[in-house]
Design a protein around this ligand. Structure first.
Ligand code: TTP
Ligand code: MG
Ligand code: MG
Length: 402
């Protein structure tokens, strides 16, 4: 019996790791639009003082961190809305010494948490409803989420199954983008996410937790100092329970406490973590986004308030979809001519069909032809229409050729 617990734990951790590695498929294309990378290139060229250029670029950075709210549980609640108001957890059964992968917010009100033994969770919340988990479904939702995020990002770094960083162009309105992302995820995926907006990854990650669930928080450059000062050190990614204990021995609890220590002292006492703490305590994080996900398509879709009946009404939607699609293609950096068009139709009874033709042109006429064919498949009213273009299959190593 004693062997079962480690086995279940390992199984869970294994699934979790597989999930992360399989979804975080990454490439590194050269993106000259990225202001941060561009500034580094300037530095190498020696046109400007390196420190000045880096400083300006970093102050201008706009990073958004997105994290799903109680991710596995959210997907389960979407699949069965009756679960929304009852405490649920995803995990192994208590009699098999299972652990909780996650739980919804009603369960959290009872103190149930991720990685807690299910037996303990049941003690805290006797009417907890336990679900076994559906990894394939979560993986699918995760991939769709990343597709949505890719529409807005100059660079995208997926860090786990339910979270990612986006670097957006400094001149764009990050608050509005985060709002749009959250709304699209709600409408298209049926789950909620929270967002943090800040000049760097560290602050964006902390900020996305600030107004969770279903919220967002902005840390503007002028607010960084104040935002960070009261932050407990255990909130800093990379500070685990052991390091927290050690910091407490030195009476270090918040970032303001750390600021009292000279860099050398921090490094002597805490090694590399000390150097990291010196920067984070001042809201500094130079890390760039280092992964960009290879996206597979660029698409837009619209769900209608009232179902559309008849081909003519559906075709009349193409110009508007086309306009939105063009904007998105432009943002993605691809050219329309490189994309193989497809249309998606969801009917009133929620069945759906997708029709693609790599020989068809991605033009309004091309999409109209595809749509006419797709509509012939079913004689039903239409609930949703989408158009999109698939990217050519490329070897990631060859991507710099494009
Ligand atoms: P998290 O983002 O850490 O947690 P969460 O999305 O469930 O809740 P929150 O609203 O606080 O962000 O993890 C994402 C998913 O990863 C989570 O839904 C289930 C899975 N997971 C595990 O399987 N084991 C774990 O120990 C943790 C922390 C998460
Ligand atoms: Mg989450
Ligand atoms: Mg997460």
């Amino acid at each position: 019996m004693d062997r079962i617990l480690p086995c279940i734990l390992i199984l869970f951790l294994y699934e979790y790791t597989v999930l992360l590695t399989s979804t975080a498929q990454v490439i590194r294309p050269v993106n000259l639009n990225n202001p941060v990378k561009a500034s580094r290139i300037d530095n190498v060229a020696g046109d400007v003082s390196p420190s000045d250029a880096t400083l300006v670029a970093e102050q201008q950075r706009k990073v958004i961190h997105i994290d799903c709210d109680c991710f596995f549980a959210s997907v389960e609640m979407r699949e069965n809305p009756a679960l929304r108001d009852v405490p649920i957890a995803i995990g192994g059964e208590a009699d098999r010494r299972g652990v909780v992968a996650t739980c919804n917010y009603p369960a959290r009100a009872f103190g149930v948490r991720s990685a807690m033994a299910t037996a303990q969770a049941r003690k805290l919340c006797p009417h907890l409803k336990l679900l076994p988990g559906r990894m394939a479904l979560y993986r699918d939702v995760s991939a769709r989420l990343m597709d949505i995020l890719a529409d807005y990002a100059l660079q995208l770094e997926q860090v786990s199954v339910d979270e990612a960083y986006l670097e957006i162009a400094p001149q764009r309105n990050a608050t509005a983008i985060a709002e749009e992302i959250r709304q699209r995820v709600r409408e298209e995926l049926g789950i909620t996410v929270s967002a943090g907006i800040a000049p760097n990854k560290f602050l964006a990650k902390i900020a996305s937790d600030w107004n969770k669930p279903d919220g967002q928080w902005v840390v503007r450059p002028a607010q960084v100092d104040e935002f960070v000062a009261a932050l407990p050190l255990k909130k800093i990614p990379g500070i685990g329970p052991a390091m927290e204990k050690k910091l407490t021995l030195y009476k270090l609890h918040t970032c303001a406490d750390v600021r009292q220590w000279p860099l050398m002292e921090l490094v002597r006492t805490f090694g590399r973590t000390g150097a990291m703490l010196y920067e984070r305590a001042r809201g500094i994080d130079h890390r760039l986004l280092n992964n960009e996900r290879l996206r597979k398509s660029v698409s837009v879709e619209r769900t209608f308030a009232q179902d559309l009946a008849g081909e003519a009404h559906c075709l009349a939607q193409i110009p508007q979809l086309w306009e939105r699609w063009q904007e998105r293609v432009e943002r993605s950096g691809w050219r329309t001519s490189a994309l193989a068009p497809f249309v998606k139709v969801k009917f009133a009874d929620f069945t759906q069909t997708t029709l693609a033709d790599s020989h068809e042109e991605a033009t309004t006429e091309g999409f109209s032809r595809l749509l006419q064919l797709a509509l012939k498949r079913e004689n039903k009213a239409v609930r949703l229409l989408g158009i999109g273009g698939r990217l050519p299959e490329v070897d990631p190593n060859q991507l710099t050729l494009f």
